[in-house]
Design a protein around this ligand. Structure first.
Ligand code: ADP
Ligand code: MG
Length: 271
């Protein structure tokens, strides 16, 4: 059943984003641990809109590869909160920083789980729009789940193009910047696949692939490299299957990029 504000006690802060604060909390009666995302009433209107969007999406999703929601509430003080399952290993971003790069078999497992999540979301007409290592949550069963739906979109009939510059620029696909050149049949779903391709690449090499290692991202360099550069290719040492998988995710022309359902049949995931 849904968890109410008085049922829980805050233990620690586990994340600070643009969006508000994420706490580790304990359910007083059962001792179970959850994560609680809170946005305060004095936070900016964009943040407040984002948590409402996230609430709308979590209310309607139910997949083992999407972070599970256990309660949504708004306090009289104006705080808006989401109770979620607690993912005890944090995010793929923290795993990369603490444990180093991922092996191909580890990445195949990550890819399979995220693709199962994306194929679920896309089948329900939801585009995540901010797939990146720090929005993919991990627990000690090595389950990977998609989180942070702050800029996600539920598709109606037409594409809301004026609202397409949301998310983290670095992981955005070419057609998000330039739909005329790269957006044959642009529907938005393929953007999540591009972001997943960059994410897996980064977890393999240990740096963001569109910038020389260590360089700080700036908007102009990034946009040029996304739109005018060739898609990055993996270093020597990667297997042919992994190389091909990444190529299928990073096709610049969005209509040639494989869908989540197609990628789930790729030989890289067969092992
Ligand atoms: P923001 O919009 O602030 O980026 P996120 O939902 O991405 O919000 O959460 C920020 C950070 O909080 C994440 O990068 C992660 O470290 C942590 N976090 C979020 N949700 C959970 C969860 N369910 N379990 C564990 N940690 C979480
Ligand atoms: Mg985030």
């Amino acid at each position: 059943d849904a968890i109410a504000p008085n049922d829980i006690e805050k233990l620690d802060v586990i994340g600070h984003g643009n969006g508000g604060t994420v706490y580790k909390v304990r359910h007083k009666r059962t001792n179970a641990i959850y994560a609680l995302k809170v946005v305060h009433p004095d936070s900016n209107p964009i943040t407040r809109r984002q948590i409402r969007r996230e609430m709308d999406i979590l209310r309607q999703t139910d997949s083992p590869h999407v972070v599970q929601c256990h309660g949504l509430f708004e306090k009289p003080s104006g705080d808006v909160s989401i109770v979620m399952e607690y993912m005890d290993l944090g995010t793929l971003d923290t795993l990369l920083k603490n444990n180093g790069t991922f092996s191909e078999p580890e990445l195949a497992s990550v890819a399979r789980q995220v693709l199962n999540g994306l194929s679920y979301l896309h089948a329900h007409k939801i585009i995540h729009r901010d797939i990146k290592p720090s929005n993919l949550l991990v627990n000690s069963n090595m389950e990977v789940k998609i989180g942070d739906f702050g800029v996600s979109k539920i598709m109606q009939r037409t594409l809301d193009s004026c609202n397409s510059y949301v998310g983290t620029c670095a992981y955005m696909s070419p057609e998000r910047f330039d739909p005329e050149s790269y957006g044959g049949n642009y529907d938005g779903f393929a953007g999540d696949i591009w972001s997943l391709g960059l994410t897996l690449f980064e977890l393999y090499v240990g740096y963001f692939p569109l910038l020389p290692s260590g360089q700080r991202p700036d908007w102009a360099t990034l946009m040029c490299s996304i739109c005018f550069g060739d898609p990055p290719s993996l270093p020597d040492g990667a297997t042919a299957e992994f190389r091909s998988f990444i190529e299928c995710c990073l096709k610049k022309e969005s209509s040639e990029r494989w869908t989540a359902a197609q990628l789930l049949t790729h030989p890289f995931l067969k092992g």
